[in-house]
Each structure stands twice: as structure tokens, then as C-alpha cells.
Design a protein around this ligand. Structure first.
Ligand SMILES: C[S@@+](CC[C@H](N)C(=O)[O-])C[C@H]1O[C@@H](n2cnc3c(N)ncnc32)[C@H](O)[C@@H]1O
Length: 480
């Protein structure tokens, strides 16, 4: 049992324990009220025990009035969720953050198909299946960068969590709908705060007739009767934009829908790029942690072709976008891989790590999520290696960075973001540590707005007089 796991009673009467993966966000549940609503709606399908904890008449679920005006501008409410009685095919679960729905369906003998864009969500489902005594091989795992044709079995039920990104929601609809028949039942679930006012309209336009449940604990369900479709390539196509960073010509970048900052360069990413030392180290090994569509490392590689760049990502669609962008620019990355941060790199193997780090866990803005990557990053740096990181003013990375690096220098800021250069990893060899401090002092020409937060001598973190970085908290840009 860990502080990030919780127990829940399923409609079938069984109690399961679900773990958050990674184990951050203690105090946050590893599921949402929308997941509970789905479980209750599917009680019959899951083998509900009469008189069990979740054996409530559907009407009692409607314990809150219909959603607020903004949330229901387009919503028709039904008095109670329609009975969902899928046929003989398999259920497909799309966007199950930590695996509760997958575990419940597998325990009921339904052999779910788990579809996600996140490698961590895949790991979470596997871990939670095993922890609850289910062999993960009963579940088919497919990611959103794969073709839906990977799924050969008929689908009788789709349970899909509404994505925060409308573009991603459309992609998911486009991706999944070719696998459905007119008999497939579809439940789309979400928390009302994540709804676009057009959610129902989008479901109607791209999928089929949609009815809506009442709001229950700030969650809502949409019941879709899918029409039969051809693949609509437009929904699943990448989008492109161009950025001018003083290269010979503007670079054109592509992203699959819902990838971080899919249609423009993120303001924080731009600040980080503009704050890096003007002269890039020749033949250096650089890791882009959370590389998204590859923009940071691709632009560095275009500026200095001798660099050996590696990208790591959690999102399958982001990595597919990065691969496409490298191909389109005829440049090669040393590696582009799905990984949890820098876990797959040897200690002391990189010269630089650059990152606009992941700052969300599930949907919450979360300092812990970025911070858990900094320590492993410090171990992967060679003696003299540097971490370059950008963060919003709303999330202050500097105290944790100072506990890991001898020198944390603010090298750029704007209204919403601040970029740091971190030298002198506490995890590299001692001689390297000293070299790092000297090299940093001698070689780096910081931009004119740079501020040194190193304590005298560069050997200890400046904990006595940390530089304030929270004077102008800003909102986050896009999603991670
Ligand atoms: C703030 S975005 C930056 C993306 C890109 N570098 C850019 O500047 O546009 C953070 C990225 O980290 C990815 N990510 C989230 N968790 C991760 C993890 N555990 N390991 C690797 N990447 C992760 C997200 O999918 C997202 O693409």
C-alpha cells in the first residue's frame, strides 16, 4: 500500500486498489468522479451484486441539477442515463488515466482494449491489473499513434474520457469510429470543468446522435449512437506552423492533434531557445526531456549539425510528430524514444539536457511532476554538464534545482516564464564537479539579462538568499 493508492468497491462487489503512476500527487484520487459515474452506469455489464454498494437506481445518480449554463449551452439532459447493454464484442477504453475502468472490465471477464496516448497511462493500467490479480495479457494495449486497424475484434462498447484538447477529442473520434458498428454503445465521460461548450455539438457532428446525462459530482456522460463512417483523414491529420529563429529560412513544424502547443511555438520554449548560450558546443550529446514535436532539439540540431540529439517523450503522438519533423528536415536524431524522463540513459552520458518539462500530472498543474525528473537528469549529466530548464512563474523550480546543482542561474525571463541554467550536478564525480564550476564561470557567456544565483565560490547552493521568481504568477501555456 502506498500514499498514492486508494481502494474502491466495484459494482460487482469486489474491492480493488488503484495506484497512481508515477507515485506523485498523494492526496489526489487515482480516478475521477466521471470514472465512478461510468462504473455505476455499467453496473449490469460489470455484474452488479444486488444490494451492493453501488446498487442505486439511476435516478439517484442525478443528485445535482443539470450542468451550469456555460457547460450545457448545447446540452439536452435526459432524466437518467439510458441502460447500456453492449453486445458480445469487446469494450474499448480510451483515456483511462490510471486503469480503474480497465481493471473493472477485466475483472468482469470483458477483455478490454486499452487505448491511450500516454506510456505512463499504459504502465499504470498494467501495474494496477497485476496488483489486483489480473493477468495484463487479457487486455489488448494499443496507442493512438498506431493504426486503429491493429484492433481486429468487434467493439461492442466504447468508454472514452473527454480530452482537454478539442483537437485531440476530434482525433480520437476519427481514430476510433472506423472500428465501430451501428450497434456499438458509446459513453463519453468527463468532468464538467473540462468540457468545451461545443462538446455535444462535436460529438453529434463527427460521431452520431448524442444524449446527455445529468451532472453527478461535477461529472457528466454523453451517450452517442454512432453512425457508420469512412475514415475522415482530416480529423487524424497533423497540423503545421512555421517558426523564424534566425535560421536561413523559417522552419516548418508538424504536430498530431493535441500534442503540446500543436500549432505554434510555446512562449516558454521560445524563451528557453533564446536564452541558451549563443555558441552551441560542438559534437555534444544533448537530451531533450519531454521533446514534444521535437522543436527544441530540432532547432538546435539545425543550428549546430554536429550535435548528437536524443528526445524522450511520454506521448506516442508527440514522438510520432518529432520523428516526422526530423524526417521532413532531413536531419537525424541519435534516438527518439518513449520513456519516463531520462530513465533509459547511462549516468554521466550527456553534456546538456534541455527541457520545457512536463508540468501536469493527470490534469493538475503539479510541481512534483517536473521535479521528479531533475534528480535523474542531474545523474545523467557528465562532469561539466548543464541542465537548461524553463518554467512558468506559477511553478517555482529554483529551490529544488538548487538542492541538486551547485549553480542555478536565471538566464532569461518574460512575463510568464523564467529560464535557468544549472551547473555542478551533485551526482557527478567530484573532480568533474569542480571542473563544472570552473568551466561554467569561464566558458558560458550568459545573455545580458542573466542573473547568477550561485553562492560565492560556486560550490554550494544559495539557500540563504534565494532569488525570488514568483513575482508574476502566470497561467500555463497549452497542456503537457
Ligand atoms: C511542456 S511540454 C514541452 C514539449 C516540447 N519540448 C516543446 O517545447 O514544445 C512537456 C512534454 O513532456 C511530455 N512528458 C510528460 N510526461 C513525461 C515523462 N514522464 N517523460 C517524458 N516526457 C513526458 C509531454 O507529453 C509534453 O510533450
Amino acid at each position: 500500500m502506498t500514499p498514492t493508492s486508494r481502494e474502491i468497491a466495484l459494482p460487482g462487489g469486489q474491492t480493488v486498489r488503484i495506484e497512481r503512476v508515477p507515485q506523485t500527487g498523494a492526496g489526489l484520487l487515482p480516478w475521477s468522479a466521471a470514472d465512478e459515474y461510468v462504473l455505476r452506469t455499467l453496473a449490469g455489464y460489470l455484474g452488479e451484486v444486488p444490494g451492493g454498494a453501488s446498487d442505486e437506481p439511476a435516478d439517484e445518480l442525478a443528485d445535482e441539477p443539470a450542468a451550469s449554463a456555460a457547460e450545457t449551452a448545447e446540452v439536452r439532459t435526459s432524466p437518467a442515463p439510458p441502460a447500456v447493454e453492449p453486445g458480445e464484442g469487446r469494450p474499448l477504453v480510451l483515456g483511462d488515466s490510471f486503469g480503474l475502468l480497465t481493471v473493472a472490465l477485466a475483472l468482469a471477464g470483458r477483455r478490454p482494449i486499452h487505448v491511450t496516448d500516454s506510456a505512463l497511462a499504459q504502465s499504470a493500467a498494467r501495474i494496477n491489473l497485476e496488483n489486483n490479480g489480473v493477468d495484463p495479457s487479457v487486455v489488448t494495449f494499443v496507442d493512438l499513434a498506431q493504426s486503429p486497424d491493429e484492433i481486429s475484434d468487434p467493439i461492442s462498447l466504447v468508454v472514452m474520457k473527454i480530452s482537454k484538447s478539442v483537437q485531440r477529442m476530434k482525433y480520437e473520434i476519427g481514430w476510433v469510429r472506423t472500428r465501430l458498428t451501428a450497434d456499438t454503445k458509446v459513453i463519453v465521460s468527463g468532468m464538467t470543468k473540462h468540457l468545451s461548450p461545443n462538446t455535444r455539438k462535436i460529438l453529434e457532428e463527427h460521431w452520431g446522435t448524442t444524449t446527455t446525462s445529468r451532472v453527478h459530482k461535477k461529472s457528466i456522460l454523453f451517450f452517442v449512437e454512432p453512425r457508420e463512417f469512412e475514415m475522415n483523414e482530416k480529423l487524424v491529420s497533423s497540423v503545421s506552423y512555421s517558426v523564424d529563429l534566425g535560421l536561413a529560412e523559417p522552419a516548418v513544424l508538424e504536430s498530431f492533434p493535441g500534442v503540446f502547443s500543436q500549432d505554434r511555438m510555446d512562449v516558454g520554449t521560445r524563451l528557453l531557445l533564446e536564452s541558451l548560450p549563443e555558441e552551441l558546443p560542438k559534437e555534444a550529446t544533448i537530451i531533450d526531456l519531454g521533446c514534444g514535436n521535437g522543436i527544441l532539439m530540432l532547432l538546435l540540431k539545425l543550428r549546430e549539425p554536429s550535435l548528437k540529439v536524443h528526445g524522450v517523450e511520454d506521448s506516442f503522438l508527440a514522438l510520432a510528430s518529432a520523428e516526422r519533423n526530423f524526417d521532413e528536415h532531413n536531419v537525424e536524431a541519435e534516438s527518439l524514444e518513449i520513456a519516463d524522463g531520462v530513465e533509459s540513459f547511462e549516468p554521466e552520458s550527456a553534456d546538456w539536457i534541455v527541457t520545457n518539462p512536463p508540468f501536469h500530472a493527470a490534469t493538475a498543474l503539479n510541481m512534483e511532476e517536473a521535479a521528479r525528473h531533475f534528480r535523474p537528469a542531474a545523474k545523467v549529466l557528465r562532469p561539466g554538464g548543464k541542465l537548461f530548464v524553463v518554467g512558468t512563474h506559477g511553478v517555482d523550480y529554483s529551490p529544488v534545482l538548487r538542492s541538486i546543482f551547485a549553480t542555478v542561474r536565471s538566464i532569461g525571463k518574460n512575463k510568464r516564464f523564467r529560464a535557468f541554467q544549472c551547473d555542478g550536478s551533485r551526482f557527478v564525480r567530484r573532480d568533474g564537479f569542480e571542473r563544472a564550476a570552473q568551466a561554467s564561470a569561464a566558458q558560458t557567456t550568459p545573455p545580458s539579462n542573466a542573473t547568477d544565483t550561485t553562492s560565492p565560490g560556486g560550490a554550494k547552493p544559495n539557500t540563504a538568499n534565494p532569488e525570488p521568481v514568483n513575482e508574476n504568477p502566470g497561467s500555463v501555456d497549452g497542456q503537457s
